[in-house]
Design a protein around this ligand. Structure first.
Ligand code: PFF
Length: 436
């Protein structure tokens, strides 16, 4: 049913790079490495991979099945599967979630533009954490600088999206994703050569099962959700641009594989350097914009430039996928041209993004609302639609690619059970644990 007029990814490589690009983002760089260290190293990595395989990948498959089988945007796809029911409203949840994540995520994208410019123009010399923290807070104390950088970041995102699915999104991902891996490997190599780097490797790898608590498992699950960009319609929308012969199982497994490898590499780029310089490991903006600048500015001029280009690429390939969810809806449902739709979303995201850039309370509220409520709700809806609304035979046909994929045929019974029972039950359980 995929209408060629909407555009397609021209190759399997483009599909996987675009999906991996959406998955690989700030979460892999500023959250995963710290989480691993805090929650038991290799023991946490095992739990994380389990969450990825048992919960996250089945949701990925569910979204992908909906998107590929309908060839439509998030709203239209659900309407096709459950016509005339209230379920289509759930499509709006995902679209709103995507828009909100786009808005606050782009603020951070803007900061990385700012830091990249500083690194390129020689203004990147920090001798202490306090000095770097002062520069970061000074940047944010004026509204002008973060908003200008936000405009640049969102503008880049919009230019790529408006160039089209294959020529814009696919081409950008095919070029930048391999480059991203090369760049992070360069930093890993540099980092591991520092005296005292071993402590950072131990931090990431030494297994400590005593740290595996309920909190650690919840953290692993939350990260698995966020990192695969689930519940917001990005996987659904990208899958609606897959050609008929693409394999959903293949796309999911490779995206999750690249995503996990990149997260581990980010850890080996960051933590050995943090320990070698005797600093404390941390997560979030303070890690990227306060701790790492001190370290990287002492590792030669090229390191901060390479690092902030990496952050920029990782953030851009994610923000592109969020923007595409909203653009696809406006194009498919409201009849707007891709260009007009992109401009409309750009303007709205700039408005909400500016509010996030100015107020850290708005920023945190958007982050909390999407990560804890909307993404989970969206994922729940996608699992129910596939597990309970689509006929099992249709789900099997899509997942196994009309019976042609041997691996998909073999894994289908397990995937079906996970989507139908395990995913919904687990999401409800998490919601209850979070509420009470
Ligand atoms: N997966 C991205 C990350 O790990 O940084 C975040 C993300 C991208 C969330 C796209 C949601 C989304 F739609």
């Amino acid at each position: 049913m995929t209408s060629s007029g909407r555009g397609n990814f021209g190759s399997r490589f483009a599909v996987v790079m675009a999906l991996a690009g959406s998955a690989i983002g700030l979460g892999n760089i500023w959250r995963f490495p710290y989480m691993v260290g805090q929650y038991g190293g290799a023991a946490f990595i095992l739990i994380y991979i389990l969450c990825l395989v048992v919960i996250a990948l089945p949701i990925f498959f569910a979204e992908s099945i909906i998107g590929k089988s309908t060839g439509s945007d998030t709203f239209g796809a659900i309407e096709q599967i459950a016509p005339g029911t209230g379920w289509k409203n759930a499509g709006y949840i995902a679209i709103v979630a995507s828009f909100v994540v786009l808005s606050f995520y782009s603020v951070v994208g803007g900061w990385s533009v700012d830091y990249l410019l500083r690194a390129c123009t020689g203004g990147f010399r920090f001798s202490s954490g306090e000095e770097a923290a002062a520069v970061f807070s000074q940047m944010n104390s004026s509204a002008v600088e973060p908003i200008l950088c936000l405009i640049v970041f969102l503008g880049l995102t919009a230019v790529i999206v408006s160039a089209g699915v294959d020529k814009g999104i696919g081409r950008f991902a095919k070029i930048t994703m391999p480059l991203l891996f090369v760049m992070i490997l360069l930093i890993v190599a540099k980092s591991l050569q520092l005296p005292g780097a071993q402590a950072g490797v131990d931090y990431m790898l030494k297994p400590d099962f005593s740290k595996i608590s309920g909190k650690a498992i919840a953290a692993a699950l939350g990260q698995a959700f966020f990192t695969l960009s689930l519940g917001v319609g990005t996987v659904l929308t990208y899958s609606s641009y897959m050609r008929k012969e693409e394999n959903i199982l293949y796309a999911g497994v490779w995206s999750a594989f690249f995503d996990t490898v990149f997260a581990l590499l980010a850890g080996f780029a960051i933590m050995p350097a943090v320990f070698a310089f005797g600093l404390a490991p941390s997560a979030g903006p303070s890690l990227v914009f306060e701790t790492l600048p001190v370290i990287f500015s002492q590792m030669g001029a090229a390191v901060p430039i390479i690092f902030f280009i990496s952050i920029l690429i990782a953030a851009l390939t994610s923000s592109i996928s969020m923007l595409e969810v909203v653009v696809a809806w406006l194009v498919d449902q409201k009849g707007l041209s891709r260009r007009a739709a992109t401009i409309a979303v750009f303007v709205c995201a700039l408005a909400l993004g500016s509010a996030c850039a100015i107020s850290s309370r708005v920023f945190s509220a958007c982050d909390f609302l999407t990560s804890n409520v909307l993404m989970m709700t969206g994922a729940f809806v996608f699992a129910i639609i596939v597990g309970w609304k689509m006929p099992k035979a249709d789900v099997r046909t899509q997942f196994t690619n009309y019976g042609t994929s041997k691996a998909a045929r073999a894994t289908f019974p397990v995937v079906w059970f996970l989507i139908r029972w395990v995913v919904p039950v687990m999401i409800v359980a998490i919601a209850f644990t979070n509420l009470f």
